[in-house]
Design a protein around this ligand. Structure first.
Ligand SMILES: [Mg+2]
Length: 397
């Protein structure tokens, strides 16, 4: 069976998503997510001018071979643009394979290893008191692992922060929520190594499932400094774009959770490669799933999560729990959930009774796209944030 036709569809139901459609001669359709936040047009052009013309007439069955071709035959391999394009093709091929065999993708990946994927939710707020209110609401909704963002508690500038104040405020959160819920702290790669190490040891006794992205992604040696001074588990890697970037992290025991992203690391095939390596080192997954991973990409993430033995926990995209008009939605230009629902159907649903998310046994990835509605939402140019320190120098975000 060959790829007979393809197209790229860009839609903006409150946020831009780039989608790839592959069609077989018998009309079977496979969809893939090719969304690279803030650089959507670059991937769209890569797919239309370079990638999709080169895979026309290839066998839809040869997913690994297509992955190898798109990764290695570019010669200048990898990077966010090329690997996002590759990821979209990979997802679409898994979607087609599932539909052809009448099986959900997780069955093709070896079958379920669990009944659902344990989840965590972001708890933000304008100030620490507001964060505590959000945490309480989220716990009331049945979610038992809460992710905090460092700059909701303290200012982070020049790679440093007031660690003592952070500890005091996080202790207030712990006092308000009790001892049972797990916490996650995300520093978004903003801390210098010594500050990150001090932060890790200061928070060690406050019940953290993991400390996420304590240092910048360019130099993983910085993580060893955090490791030396603390036993707090570490999660890292959400901006990496190739399976090979996880190898040293895992083999050198620098992380407890890896955070590859199905859209930017090369699709389901890439996530599997990373998860299998991680399993050998007792490293678990916490797959990255921000709101710029579309419901289609999120479904692909879950099919992988449900089929691996070393799954850890799953981040929830904001559109699964935010209202159309929430302050969080407005601040981060997130998709409008009700518009999203007009484009994507079969979106995975939360089961808050067990604090898990699950997908059903619909063949393929299980998500359908209403192309007509999607075309009603034109692409909107949305520049990425460009924060600065007080002296005007560039700050990470
Ligand atoms: Mg993060």
């Amino acid at each position: 069976m060959k790829i007979a036709d393809w197209s790229v569809l860009t839609t903006c139901p409150g946020r831009n998503y780039v989608l790839v459609k592959l069609v077989t001669p018998d009309g079977t359709v496979g969809w893939g997510d090719a969304t690279l936040n803030g650089r959507e047009r670059a991937v769209e052009a890569t797919l239309e001018h370079h990638v999709l013309p080169e895979i026309a007439d290839r066998s839809v069955d040869r997913i690994e071979d297509t992955w190898q071709t798109l990764f290695r035959h570019t010669y200048w391999r990898g990077g966010p643009v090329l690997n996002t394009a590759l990821a979209a093709v990979d997802m679409a091929l898994w979607d087609i394979k599932g539909k052809r065999y009448g099986a959900p993708v997780y069955d093709l990946l070896g079958g379920r290893t669990r009944n659902g994927a344990r989840i965590y939710q972001h708890c933000g707020g304008e100030n620490p008191e507001a964060v505590i209110d959000t945490c309480t609401d989220v716990l009331d909704d049945g979610i038992s692992t809460l992710r905090l963002r460092i700059d909701d508690f303290v200012d982070v500038e020049f790679g440093t922060t007031n660690v003592a104040m952070l500890r005091t405020k996080v202790r207030d959160v712990r006092a308000a929520i009790g001892t049972d819920p797990w916490l996650i702290l995300d520093a978004h790669g903003q801390l210098d190594p010594a500050v990150a190490a001090r932060t890790a040891s200061a928070l060690e006794d406050l019940g953290f499932l993991f400390f996420e992205d304590p240092t910048r992604p360019e130099d993983i040696d910085q993580l060893s400094r955090v490791r030396e001074g603390s036993t707090i588990p570490l999660a890292f890697g959400e901006v990496y774009t190739s399976p090979w970037e996880y190898r040293d992290l895992i083999e050198r025991d620098l992380v407890d959770y890896v955070r590859p992203d199905v859209v930017h690391t090369g699709g389901i095939t890439a996530l599997r490669k990373i998860a299998i390596l991680a399993e050998h080192y007792s490293v678990r997954t916490a797959f990255h799933a921000p709101s710029d991973v579309s419901p289609l990409g999120f479904a692909a993430t879950l099919h992988t999560a449900l089929s691996i033995p070393n799954f850890g926990i799953q981040e929830l995209p904001g559109y699964l729990y935010q209202d159309d008009q929430s302050a969080y939605q407005a601040e981060y230009a997130l998709p409008v959930p009700s518009q999203l629902d007009t484009v994507f159907s079969g979106v995975p649903e939360l089961d808050t009774d067990d604090s898990v998310i699950d997908i059903d046994d619909t063949p393929g990835l299980g998500v359908d796209i209403d192309e007509e509605r999607a075309r009603e939402y034109d692409y909107v140019r949305e520049p990425l944030p460009k924060p600065r320190n007080g002296d005007g120098s560039v700050r990470d975000w």
